[in-house]
Structure formats: C-alpha cells, structure tokens
Design a protein around this ligand. Structure first.
Ligand SMILES: [Zn+2]
Length: 347
C-alpha cells in the first residue's frame, strides 16, 4: 500500500525540500511529491525534523564493528569489503543491523596482503595464483553470498600477476559482479585500471597520480573515499595526497562513494561522521553515499526510477568556490557537474 511520510523538510536527491512529502510505494520505491498531492485518506506517518534517505558506508569490515551502533549512528547500509563469508552471511540475516552487502574474502597473491596482518581473520582472504584459481575463487565468493569481489593490488608484498588480476575481473564481470580493488603503492592503480576493475576501495594515497591515469579512472571507475584512515582526524601527508588525488578525480568527472574502512583502525565514532564532512567541505568537496536500493541482490546499480536514493553528494569545482547543486547520474554517485579537468592543473 502506498503511504506518505511527512516531515518538516526533506533532503532527497541532493536537494533540500520543504512543502513536499515522501511517497513510498508498497515495493519501497520512494519519491518526493508536493504536499498538495497527498490524498486525504492516504496512510501517512509524521516525523520531526528533516527526513534523510538511508545512507551507505561503502567500506566497512562488519565483523570488526558493532553494527547495531553503526545503524543507530545513522547508517542504513554497509558494504563489507573483506571478511569471512559465513560470518557475513550470518550478519546479513540478523535483524536490527544495517543492510549488509559483502565482497567475501580478499583475493590475493600467496603471502600477499592482508594474510600477514593481525586483524585479518583466517578465511577473510583467499590466495590465488592462476587464472583458474581466480575463476574458482570468484565463483566461491558468489556462492557464499558475495555481490562484489574484492581483490588486492599491494606493492608492499607479493602481488597478483596482471593476467591473474584480469582473470578475477573477467570472472566477476561474467557473473555480473563488480570488482573492488585495494590498490596501494606505485603502479597499483594503473594495474587495477588496466585489469578492468570497477571500484577502488580507497582513494589512492601513497603518491600523486599521473593526470592521464586519473582522467582514465574517472571515465570508468568509482573511488571510495576513506580519507580519514590517514591520521584519524589529524592531517597527514598521506591524507593530503589522497585529497589531491580525489579532487583531481572529481575534476575529471569521477564518481565517489562515502566509505570509512570502519573496523580497520581506531574509529571513535560509529556511524555518520558529520565532523568528517566538515573536513571534506574545507577541502572543497562534500559528498556522501546514497541508498543502495535492493542492496545485496547482485543487481546492477539502481536507476533513478528504481527506488529511494539520494545524493547528499556533490562536489564544488575549485575554480568557483561555490556550492553547485547537481543531479545524480544513473549510478547515483557523486559526479562533478563540470566534468572537465581544471586547466590550472591544481591541486
Ligand atoms: Zn578495508
């Protein structure tokens, strides 16, 4: 049955709205409508304050955090980017938690990251050493409930050969799964791009990226922000490098998702990190995730007519310094409306 949600104001599809209600269809699709269009007898619920869509943290490690607290903090859905599939499947069925979409284990080279890290539980990574392995690992992950594939390109240890990395991506795409790459260190972003990967788990932070590479990434990839893993609130060189790379990525029209890498590091606040948005605003862009409608079903990202989503996300072209509302693209992620390189070459 269609119902209407009434509140003092709405933030929906990247716009602050007053004088509108949210119409929610029986299947969950939602859209703002003028208050005058709310039928007299229609079921309705009233809320105080401003009604926001469900917000997604696109990079967490769900088994390492208290998901109930994350939900209480304002996060409606999370993407787990590396964990033990059985544990994640169990968490995804538990009521009262954010909706959970997960990638299954890190796929990595024998002895590669994160198999040598204390926080990585046995089963949260899977070593692969050939294209056959890669194909089998992707199939296993999907059979375990993964709707994304996470793969590692880490210059600080044993790495997958390009051919194997490409085989992971091909196997995932054959199964309708997107591939998220942990790219860390020289040459790894390029390797991820050339393999055909869809998403970077982190904004690259180890070095300033070549402009042409950033432009190429912006054409096709999405980057997950995770800016605060560098310093945890204290500015660092790595954070400055990541911010510069991210700004350039946005200048070229790249799409960004909000993600925190929650569970991996000393986060002191679970949930929506409002103070973090302040940091982003200072740097000249501000963005957030949107509701991933029918999350975890392995379907393609939603289109505008498919369901509730929003975009608090927006970017501010550095050349103007003003906030420019913009519309979502089909994937509902942050995209710089200017979509062109900054001719000054900054930052
Ligand atoms: Zn992570």
């Amino acid at each position: 049955m269609t119902e209407y949600l009434l509140s003092g104001s709405l933030w929906w599809d990247g716009r602050f709205r007053t004088g509108e209600a949210l119409r929610v269809e029986a299947d969950g699709r939602a859209m703002p409508v003028p208050l005058a269009d709310v039928p007299e007898a229609a079921p309705r619920r009233r809320f105080p304050g401003t009604l926001l869509p469900g917000l997604t943290d696109a990079h967490v490690h769900a088994a390492l955090v208290d998901l109930a607290t994350v939900r209480a903090g304002g996060i409606a859905a999370v993407w787990d980017l590396g964990g033990v599939p059985e544990r994640l499947a169990e968490l995804s069925r538990r009521p009262g938690l954010p909706r959970l979409r997960y990638a299954g284990p890190f796929l990595t080279a024998p002895g590669g990251y994160p198999s040598d890290r204390a926080w990585a539980a046995p089963g949260s990574w899977r070593e692969i050493s050939s294209a056959v392995d890669a194909t089998a690992a992707v199939a296993e992950a999907q059979a375990g409930g993964a709707t994304l594939i996470k793969v590692v390109a880490h210059a600080g240890g044993p790495q997958l050969r390009p051919f194997t990395l490409t085989a992971v991506v091909d196997a995932a795409h054959d199964r309708g799964l997107e591939v998220v790459v942990h790219a860390e260190g020289a040459g790894t972003v390029s390797a991820a791009y050339q393999a055909g990967a869809d998403i970077l788990a982190h904004t690259p932070w180890t070095e300033p990226l070549d402009r042409a590479l950033v432009a190429a990434c912006a054409e096709r990839m999405r980057w997950i922000s995770t800016l605060d893993i560098h310093g945890w609130g204290v500015p660092t060189r790595e954070q400055a490098t990541a911010v510069a790379n991210l700004r350039r990525f946005l200048e070229y029209g790249g799409r960004v998702r909000y993600g925190t890498d929650l569970g991996n590091g000393p986060h002191f606040f679970y949930g929506l990190q409002w103070w973090f948005f302040g940091v982003l605003a200072v740097f000249g862009f501000l963005y957030l995730a949107y509701d991933e409608w029918r999350i975890g079903t392995g379907r393609k990202p939603p289109r505008a007519q498919d369901g509730p989503r929003s975009q608090i996300a927006r970017s501010i072209p550095p050349s103007t310094g003003s906030i420019t509302p913009e519309t979502n693209d089909d994937a509902g992620e942050s995209r710089n409306a200017a979509a062109r390189p900054n001719s000054s070459g900054s930052p």
